[in-house]
Design a protein around this ligand. Structure first.
Ligand code: ARG
Length: 583
């Protein structure tokens, strides 16, 4: 139980003692105080109960506080028309901080109910470029997976690669005519070529009927596992996979690949099962399920096509097979899908069909975590200067190059010499960290404008600002020759000044914030927490001398520094961002 929950329980008990068992289970409406002047928590329950109890709110509040005996808090007070204010005792905060410092998990408990969680993220398509939408999915998915893993859940990170479908027939048919060598030798093409080829193949397909026939025959051959076609498909996949891997390496992201092709053998069973459950309807030769709550322009129920007239399957069919597999074979308790908001209907439809077919047991949660678009400056689609779509590799390289340039300027201004290795490392950590942080710090449901200048700024809610706060603490330990690890064993904490209390309270919220992020699946809350932590730390550090004060205050303040650094490091690592000792 965290501090807020404990306070709530104690408050509930006081309500019952004051007014009898009718009030058992009443929510005390405890919220963080709007103004630190009023303490740490505030409750409006007295106002809410006035009518029911037939007493003035202030009188109710007075009775409640007479029965409130919360060891963690100072004497409660009543303000205004009947607000109850609670303030935590400094001694309580001090004990909590000492415990937090001795704990390598910084007071964050492991979950008591570990779940098997599938996080389906990134999932680019073979022979197509991985675009900024996939980048968002990759960054958000990795972050949510990390947070759930840290809480002790058993997370399976799945890359639902788009590696199957009729487009492969078209692509292989085209390559057979235009670049036969690419079908038999690896490395003959890179993904850039593949993307161009894809465009050419599509053009050919749209114009030429005989070519369409050839392409269809290739699809059939692929489905039957005909060796040369199958090998060609594998080569195409390998080439794309290599490109994707470079991006994952740069971002340090690990995924288990389980593409759409994996579920191909399971698709007929989806049709059979739906048939058996009575949901499947033949409509103009296609097998479909009529959806509830989705209608076409004429107001008629919209069908979800499970199997096309030609026997082929759709994106949704594969997702139905995947959902079933993840529940039955992977034993997933939660399945979390991370894609742009444009796919919201797709998932709502897939979930509905699975629900109606009774494939989703009551305790299993399926969740679509959706996000907005990445826009260029000016609010339009993100493009290169020449108007082309941006390649992710270039976008990340550019972020690193700019971080490097900023660093060089700073080094020159400060008259510092650093090794090439140092510069490379700092540029990498800052550049990649900035891209990830810029994405995660936005509420994922909104669109955001991609700006190198903003994300790389040393001031503001950015990765460099946060990393710099960490570096600042490491500077203190270097300057004072302090070994923070030894500090942890025998610390006493004394909170004297307001800025210390403010910092202390913020530090102690870590566990609650992580719970919130895991419940709402909103990483920006963690970013906000870390940003405020850095600000509160900077205020503390500006006003409270550390290395020049006598003991026991010195150690106490060093402990606050250490706790801040460790919290930043942990928090950033959960966002997938590294820290630096110097920058
Ligand atoms: N490949 C898809 C795309 O690029 C994303 C797949 C998301 N996952 C899923 N199970 N449908 O849009």
């Amino acid at each position: 139980m965290n501090a807020t929950e404990r306070l709530k329980t104690q408050f509930e008990q006081a309500l019952v003692t004051a007014f009898g068992s009718e009030l058992a289970g009443t929510d005390p409406m405890l919220v963080p105080a709007s103004n630190p002047k009023f303490g740490d928590y505030q409750s409006n329950i007295a106002l809410a109960l006035a009518k029911r109890l037939g007493q003035p709110p202030r009188a109710i509040a007075e009775q409640i506080i007479q029965h409130l005996d919360i060891p963690e808090c100072q004497l409660p007070t009543v303000a205004g028309p009947g607000f109850i204010n609670l303030a935590l005792k400094p001694s309580y905060l001090e004990t909590q901080l000492v415990a937090m410092q001795a704990d390598f998990r910084l007071g964050v408990p492991l979950t008591k109910r570990p779940k098997r969680v599938v996080v389906d993220f990134s999932s680019p398509n073979i022979a197509k470029e991985m675009h900024v939408g996939h980048l968002r999915s990759t960054i958000i998915g990795d972050c949510l997976a990390r947070i759930l893993e840290f809480q002790g859940h058993d997370v399976l990170r799945l890359n639902h690669l788009g590696d199957w479908g009729t487009q492969f027939g078209m692509l292989i048919a085209y390559l057979r005519e235009a670049h036969p060598e690419a079908l038999t030798t690896s490395n003959a093409l890179d993904l850039g070529d593949l993307v161009t080829l894809y465009r050419q193949a599509k053009q050919r397909f749209d114009q030429d009927e005989t070519f369409q026939e050839t392409a269809r025959r290739e699809v059939v051959k692929l489905q039957m596992g005909e060796p040369t076609t199958y090998q060609a498909w594998q080569l195409l996949c390998e080439q794309s996979r290599r490109e994707f891997q470079r991006i994952y390496d740069l971002l340090e992201i690990h995924l288990v690949e389980r593409g759409e092709s994996f579920y191909n053998p399971l698709l007929p069973a989806v049709v059979e099962e739906l048939e058996r459950s009575g949901l499947l309807v033949e409509d103009q030769g296609a097998k479909c399920v009529f959806l509830e709550g989705f209608t076409n322009r004429q107001g008629e129920p919209q069908p979800l096509i499970i199997q096309k007239t030609d026997g082929g399957y759709n994106y949704a069919t594969t997702d139905l097979a995947a959902l079933r597999y993840r529940i039955q074979q992977d034993q997933a308790d939660w399945i979390i899908y991370i894609t742009d908001a444009g796919q919201a209907n797709h998932f709502a439809q897939v979930f509905q069909v699975a629900q109606r077919a009774r494939w989703i047991p009551d305790q299993v949660r399926v969740i679509h975590v959706s996000f907005g678009l990445v826009l260029g400056e000016g609010g339009r689609k993100l493009k290169t200067r020449s108007g082309d779509t941006i390649r992710l590799q270039e976008l990340l390289d550019e972020a690193i190059a700019r971080a490097r340039a900023d660093l060089e300027t700073r080094l020159q201004e400060e008259g510092r010499e650093e090794t090439e290795q140092f510069k490379e490392h700092v540029a990498h950590v800052v550049g990649i960290g900035a891209v990830k942080y810029a994405d995660l710090s936005q509420n994922r449901t909104s669109n955001y404008v991609f700006s190198y200048d903003k994300m790389l700024a040393l001031q503001g809610n950015t990765a460099p600002y946060m990393i710099y706060a960490y570096v600042r603490v490491q500077g203190i330990s270097r300057k004072g020759q302090i070994n923070f690890e030894q500090l942890a064993q025998q610390t006493q904490i004394h909170l004297q000044k307001d800025v210390e209390l403010v910092l202390a309270k913020h530090l102690l919220q870590l566990s609650e914030v992580l719970d919130q992020v895991a419940t709402e699946l909103l990483p920006n809350r963690l970013c906000q927490y870390l940003f405020e932590l850095s600000q509160k730390f900077n205020q503390f550090y500006d006003r409270c001398p550390v290395l020049t004060v006598p003991e026991p205050l010195q150690t106490s303040r060093l402990a606050l520094c250490d706790l801040t650094a460790r919290t930043l490091k942990l928090g950033l690592s959960l966002l997938g961002i590294e820290v630096l000792d110097r920058m």
